[in-house]
Design a protein. Structure first.
Length: 103
């Protein structure tokens, strides 16, 4: 799970994941176009994402096509779920308190 945390801790890698989620499988060139970094830098970020199991690569001719593999994010979501519930409960108590003062 640490690899997944490390991978998603970087805003550039999160942007890459979002591109793959919203647009589907993409080449390095297509992933590099909207980013303000070089293709070489994008490739390094893709290597981190691949090591974390968040992307898979297949070849289409001479191109390497990158595809999102979201399953490792499920483990991260499972770990974060109790914290989300904690904040939901706190916000609900605050809402109840604020609504009660207005009466």
């Amino acid at each position: 799970m640490q690899d997944v945390f490390d991978a998603v801790s970087d805003p550039t890698r999160r942007m890459i994941l979002e591109c793959l989620r919203s647009q589907g499988p993409l080449s390095v060139t297509a992933l590099s176009d909207p980013l303000p970094i070089s293709r070489q830098a994008v490739t390094k970020h893709l290597d981190v994402l691949m090591e974390a199991g968040l992307i898979a690569i297949h070849r289409r001719g001479r191109e390497r096509i990158h595809r999102l593999q979201a399953d490792p994010l499920r483990e991260l979501d499972d770990w974060l779920a109790p914290y989300a519930a904690f904040w939901d409960e706190r916000l609900n108590r605050l809402r109840t308190h604020v609504d009660g003062e207005g009466e």
